[in-house]
Design a protein around this ligand. Structure first.
Ligand code: NAD
Length: 499
């Protein structure tokens, strides 16, 4: 293994891990009512890093009450928009000052490469905070020239106000724990809401630290609370009548439970769910660019990315070159802990999730599919799965249908782009897709016809805070990022004045 020295864990991280961690309610860490604790693991070693409370319904109620009181007293929404913006910009500065600490904490807990933690989990999140902070001062309604005809001679003027929706529940998965918490927190705060964040039980640490940094930046107490816990905690939050809006990111089955719970209280909800994202490579594809793009888009964070490419449809004229290119690189990739900056593949998040991914791989083997790379288990400590490439996969194979959420690429040759489009769209999911071609006419037709909330051309997976992101079909409801994120956390009130 071509290993450079591992990153030395900072004193700030060690101090955080040595603490007796509680819930974050009303501006400070607090012991939970629930006596249960959750072990938090280091996926690179399988060792327990620390424990956090497994909050119960009473704990959730306390966090929601704190956020509700802060909302009703208008301690946040009552500030001038420019003052809220300034505090959020200050939060970006505070996160930046603690960037290395947060990146190391995430790598230790989630398993991802320190390079990705620094550049994306923390670096891209800081840009996102600054982008979203700007919306605070740009939330506007409309003026309406209405034509109401009665009583005769009356005149009316109407306008709309965009008002904060209220108390938000942000339910977060384990793949990008800090970044996805920030995707919910900052637009909710920009809109004037208060929030309770529930991180995943696997990866609760950076959300707890973020809440402390928010206080340091000047976010008033009660505005941002964090409850750690598993299913009971999530279900109690989703069903709580004090929540006005649920912003959920996670799997499609859990998203359906959340939606069903929300409807009981008419709680607004938006869902960012799973994907089974296709790439379509046409006959004129640039082979090197496509191979590099598919590897980056498929193996980023070990494929634990909702928008990761997982089905690759390649024109038969380029199929062999692309299959060989992917297999050669995947077979040569180095495995190692996220704290080793030279390791190209890092552990999956948990032993449970690794078992799930291995089950998908075993099923593909059992079906007699052709493995071009990977497919053999990794011995020793840590939750590793080899980067896996499977060739000539038939459309009825489970590996084409099911979300694996691991480092597994399935390749399918095609002869006719219309056939590739039909196969790509024949999925319950519709989160993201990519096209690999410089044929403009083909591109524009496919962009229109493909069922996906985001379509990249000659790349796969880059996001921007201003570019709407979300899923079609069973990949979700609603859009995050840009103005859509603000809309998701506001209600529209019409005001009609007779004069
Ligand atoms: P998950 O659905 O198991 O859990 C997500 C969150 O929901 C966790 O915090 C969990 O504790 C909580 N939860 C569990 N049961 C709940 C309930 N009954 N009510 C309320 N909350 C509950 O998902 P995961 O395994 O943490 O994450 C992986 C999944 O997330 C994948 O399917 C992936 O595609 C998806 N994801 C989607 C996006 C996107 O933006 N579309 C982004 C990242 C991940």
């Amino acid at each position: 293994m071509n290993t450079v020295a591992n990153v030395v864990v900072s004193e700030a991280v060690n101090q955080f891990l040595a603490r007796d961690l509680g819930l974050f309610i009303d501006g400070s860490a607090q012991p939970a009512h629930s006596p249960r604790r959750l072990d938090v693991f280091n996926p690179a070693t399988g060792e327990v890093l620390t424990t956090v409370p497994d909050a119960d319904a009473q704990d959730v109620d306390r966090a929601v009450s704190s956020a509700r009181q802060a909302f009703d007293l208008r301690v946040w929404s009552g500030l001038r928009p420019a003052d809220r913006e300034r505090i959020l910009l200050r939060l970006a500065d505070v996160i930046e000052r603690h960037a290395e600490e947060l990146a190391q904490l995430e790598t230790l807990n989630q398993g991802k490469s320190i390079n990705i933690a620094r550049a994306i989990e923390v670096g891209a999140s800081i840009e996102y905070v600054r982008y979203m902070a700007g919306w605070t001062t740009k939330i506007t309604g409309e003026t309406l020239d209405v034509s109401i005809p009665f009583p005769p001679g009356a005149r009316y003027s109407a306008f709309t106000r965009k008002e904060p929706v209220g108390v938000v529940a942000g339910i977060v998965p384990w793949n990008f724990p800090l970044m996805i918490a920030i995707w919910k927190l900052i637009p909710a705060l920009a809109a004037g809401c208060t929030i309770v964040i529930k991180p995943s039980p696997e990866t609760p640490l950076t959300a707890l630290r973020l809440a402390e940094l928010a206080i340091e930046a000047g976010v008033p107490t009660g505005v941002f609370n964090v409850v750690t816990g598993a299913r009971e905690c999530g279900a109690a939050l989703a069903a709580h009548p004090g929540i006005s809006k649920i912003s959920f990111t996670g799997s499609t089955p859990t998203g359906k439970l959340v939606g069903a719970a929300a409807v009981q209280n008419m709680t607004r909800f938006s869902l960012e769910l799973g994907g089974k994202n296709p790439a379509i490579m046409l006959a004129d594809v640039d082979v090197d660019q496509a191979v590099q793009g598919a590897l980056a888009g498929g193996f980023l964070n070990q494929g634990q990315v909702c928008a990761a490419v997982s089905r690759i449809y390649v024109h038969r004229s380029k199929y062999r070159q692309i299959a060989d290119g992917l297999a050669d690189i995947a077979n040569a990739m180095t495995l190692g802990p996220g704290l080793d900056p030279s390791a190209q593949i890092n552990p999956l998040v948990s032993s449970h999730h690794r078992a799930r991914v291995e089950q998908h791989i075993a099923q593909a083997k059992h079906a007699g599919l052709r493995f071009l790379a990977g497919g053999t288990p990794v011995e020793g400590a840590g939750y590793y799965v080899r980067p896996t490439v499977i060739g000539d996969v038939p459309h009825d194979a489970a590996i084409i249908r099911d979300e694996v959420f691991g480092p597994v690429l399935a390749l399918v040759p095609f002869d006719d782009p219309a056939e590739a489009l039909r196969l790509a769209n024949d999925s319950p999911y519709g989160l993201a897709a990519s096209l690999w071609t410089n044929d403009l006419r083909a591109t524009m037709n496919l962009v229109r016809d493909i069922d996906a909330g985001t379509v990249w051309v000659n790349s796969h997976v880059p996001l921007d805070p201003g570019m709407p992101f979300g899923g079609m079909k069973q990949s979700g409801m609603g859009r995050e990022f840009g103005k859509h994120a603000i809309d998701a956390f506001t209600e529209t009130k019409s005001v009609c004045i007779a004069h």
